[in-house]
Design a protein around this ligand. Sequence first.
Ligand SMILES: *[C@@H]1O[C@H](CO)[C@@H](O)[C@H](O)[C@H]1NC(C)=O
Ligand SMILES: *[C@@H]1O[C@H](CO)[C@@H](O)[C@H](O)[C@H]1NC(C)=O
Ligand SMILES: *[C@@H]1O[C@H](CO)[C@@H](O)[C@H](O)[C@H]1NC(C)=O
Ligand SMILES: *[C@@H]1O[C@H](CO)[C@@H](O)[C@H](O)[C@H]1NC(C)=O
Ligand SMILES: *[C@@H]1O[C@H](CO)[C@@H](O)[C@H](O)[C@H]1NC(C)=O
Ligand SMILES: *[C@@H]1O[C@H](CO)[C@@H](O)[C@H](O)[C@H]1NC(C)=O
Ligand SMILES: *[C@@H]1O[C@H](CO)[C@@H](O)[C@H](O)[C@H]1NC(C)=O
Ligand SMILES: *[C@@H]1O[C@H](CO)[C@@H](O)[C@H](O)[C@H]1NC(C)=O
Ligand SMILES: *[C@@H]1O[C@H](CO)[C@@H](O)[C@H](O)[C@H]1NC(C)=O
Ligand SMILES: *[C@@H]1O[C@H](CO)[C@@H](O)[C@H](O)[C@H]1NC(C)=O
Ligand SMILES: *[C@@H]1O[C@H](CO)[C@@H](O)[C@H](O)[C@H]1NC(C)=O
Ligand SMILES: *[C@@H]1O[C@H](CO)[C@@H](O)[C@H](O)[C@H]1NC(C)=O
Length: 641
Amino acid sequence: MFSLKSPALFIFLSSLFQHLNWAISLTSTGQTLVLNDIPYYVPATPFATVPFPNSLQSAASAGGLAPVTVVVLSASNASLSGLEQAIDAFGVDDVWNEGFLEAILVSYATGVKPIIPLNGSFTLPGANQSSLISVLQSNNSSSSIPSGPYFLSTSGSLYQPLRLYSDFAGAFTQPLIRVSNSAYAALPANIAGIQSPAVGVPSRLYYTKTAHQPLAGVRLGVKDIYDVAGVRTSDGNRAWYGLFPPASVNAVPVQRLVDAGAVIVGKMKTSQFANGETATADWVDYHSPFNPRGDGYQDPSSSSSGPGAGEGSYPWLDLGLGSDTGGSIRGPSQVQGLFGNRPSHGLVALTGVMPLAPQLDTAGFLTRDPAIWVAAAKVLYVDLPFYNQYPKTLYTVDYPTSADNEADAVLLAFLAKLEGFLSTSATALNLSTLWTNTLPAGADPSLDEFLNITYPILISKEQTMLVRDPFYAAYAAVHDGRRPFVDPAPLVRWAFGDSYPNSTLTEAVANKTVFQDWWSANVQRNDSATCSDSLLLYTAGVNPLYRNEYNGPPQVPYGFGTSRISPFTEVPDFVIPIGSAAYNSTITLHTEFLPVTVDILAAKGCDGLIFNLVQDLQAAGIVNASLTGQTITGGEILLRM
Ligand SMILES: *[C@@H]1O[C@H](CO)[C@@H](O)[C@H](O)[C@H]1NC(C)=O
Ligand SMILES: *[C@@H]1O[C@H](CO)[C@@H](O)[C@H](O)[C@H]1NC(C)=O
Ligand SMILES: *[C@@H]1O[C@H](CO)[C@@H](O)[C@H](O)[C@H]1NC(C)=O
Ligand SMILES: *[C@@H]1O[C@H](CO)[C@@H](O)[C@H](O)[C@H]1NC(C)=O
Ligand SMILES: *[C@@H]1O[C@H](CO)[C@@H](O)[C@H](O)[C@H]1NC(C)=O
Ligand SMILES: *[C@@H]1O[C@H](CO)[C@@H](O)[C@H](O)[C@H]1NC(C)=O
Ligand SMILES: *[C@@H]1O[C@H](CO)[C@@H](O)[C@H](O)[C@H]1NC(C)=O
Ligand SMILES: *[C@@H]1O[C@H](CO)[C@@H](O)[C@H](O)[C@H]1NC(C)=O
Ligand SMILES: *[C@@H]1O[C@H](CO)[C@@H](O)[C@H](O)[C@H]1NC(C)=O
Ligand SMILES: *[C@@H]1O[C@H](CO)[C@@H](O)[C@H](O)[C@H]1NC(C)=O
Ligand SMILES: *[C@@H]1O[C@H](CO)[C@@H](O)[C@H](O)[C@H]1NC(C)=O
Ligand SMILES: *[C@@H]1O[C@H](CO)[C@@H](O)[C@H](O)[C@H]1NC(C)=O
């Protein structure tokens, strides 16, 4: 037994205390609450301070907090029915719930006369219990407290809660909260779920979109190769995450979205150093996200797979910021059935973003909703010209010509509708033939040979120089000369780069440039009326790729194909979901459905033409927004069960 009189213990304790010097640093990181079975996070810092209505004393049940609803009324709705209508409309918000009707704080815009009788109890039509109602004291300052759900403390602190959702698809690396005007931090809250961190989202009721803030309240997930101020970037690598300090400023593309009102809810998964990795074996440091479509065990593609899986899974997530070097936005958009754009190269500076190959790297979006897509594009790509007159030339490359299966039937039906919409008929283009017939001086007559190693040389030579070498040196410097762990896929690519002399990089850039110039002279030319003289369609097809299958070791991404056109020619390449096709799942032993998508290309700089086309096709009923779920038209996500 220990005795406080024991001299040895006394000496031990006093030396311990001396060592600790009784230093105490205690910081509140907020708290979690459950209201009507819905979990919330309440931040440590209040949004505003207001007088606490005495009548509310009994309502402050959980830790001294009362759930309240703030309703801002202007002259046009400062009536009892205006109040009822306002509260009725709150029902569409996923963060507000009827529990917040414990009390209603009515706030009048400046100059509006309170005409609701007040500080009493009030039963809304259809509600089972009465709400306490109170008029917010402050006249003008109160109107800066937006309508929506809040928690109110007895000391008058008014908090904006975040609703907590489970990241069951494993799409996030780290959920975030904004802790100041210019910094973010890890969300200090969780709910049940294995390896599924909670993500917190604010009510949409707080935000009003304006010309200055067209993305106000848009919930954004950021691929974890973009710096977010206050937070470490992982690039999908544990050693990298641990080695470098938190970013001090947002990456340029992130800052543009935040300035326009977007709400960052978290960092999202990337395959390592944005290289191509196949689920599950290639993802050693972190587990690949889960594709919600079909049986739930299909590869989510690479490398913007976090935003892709998240957009396919979560109705509460509006927009994913991804990057595309050789297909990293397009692949996840194709297999998750999303709208995804690889933009024209160079539309936005990539300061604060990890490079793969600067000659090819681009920043773009993955989303279910064309309206959000276009609004976000206008913010990210400043001064992007929009065109609404379409070219009459429509090319297809490697597109099906007969409806041999369900996917091909969907593709042909879409092509027919597009031809009808553009009042034209498509021309099938044979790129290798066209290339051979219009061969640039000194180029190889075989396109496949000419561009076979161009892509792997560009990414490996650039990334070893810009990322690997400084990483290895910095890691060795603080770990006694050790080398950090890196997944097999980037290692295979980097080793490929090392096996070629540095001069090959110059050769790769030269080959890319020859092809780019050839393309803009022979395939897609600029046009003063329609921006691009043609649109070009291709498809990735529908190919089940199970995440529980054993693959061979990762391969160097040799070769040329339709997906390489846009990286080499710098033209925009947008993915559009157009339907679903059945397959027989070896997981569920049942028929399941995978998304069918097309890719549309235009001349460089003509991104606005395609954005406009997609909006017009949506208005014409030819294209629809995607839904979350088992298919792009919804359904229970199987991997949750
Ligand atoms: C309503 O209650 C608040 C706070 O308790 C009080 O300051 C205010 O005067 C009351 N207003 C009316 C109209 O009774
Ligand atoms: C009241 O009306 C104003 C303008 O007419 C509107 O901006 C506001 O959202 C309305 N308030 C609620 C709570 O619906
Ligand atoms: C609220 O604002 C109006 C218009 O500015 C003013 O007439 C009124 O006195 C103010 N009321 C209070 C309580 O400050
Ligand atoms: C009110 O109570 C009824 C019966 O208990 C229930 O069906 C209904 O959902 C409740 N309505 C609200 C708004 O809670
Ligand atoms: C409230 O006051 C601020 C300045 O304190 C002013 O800029 C704003 O226009 C006022 N709001 C209303 C609705 O009058
Ligand atoms: C393009 O033409 C070449 C040569 O005629 C032919 O071998 C190839 O199959 C064609 N490609 C397509 C996609 O039709
Ligand atoms: C591409 O390069 C790889 C590796 O050198 C080689 O195995 C393959 O045959 C090449 N393909 C073509 C079409 O040149
Ligand atoms: C560039 O093109 C030349 C000529 O066809 C070819 O031999 C070489 O392998 C290519 N190199 C790269 C890096 O693309
Ligand atoms: C190739 O480039 C890398 C990165 O700039 C450099 O470290 C290396 O020394 C170069 N190799 C040769 C042989 O010049
Ligand atoms: C699924 O399997 C059944 C039975 O073998 C077959 O008739 C059907 O065509 C298959 N469906 C698809 C989409 O492959
Ligand atoms: C076409 O326009 C793009 C951007 O608007 C520009 O980069 C490109 O050089 C133009 N091409 C030609 C052939 O003028
Ligand atoms: C889009 O949705 C409408 C209404 O649900 C439907 O009629 C139409 O077939 C859909 N179009 C596509 C391409 O799925």
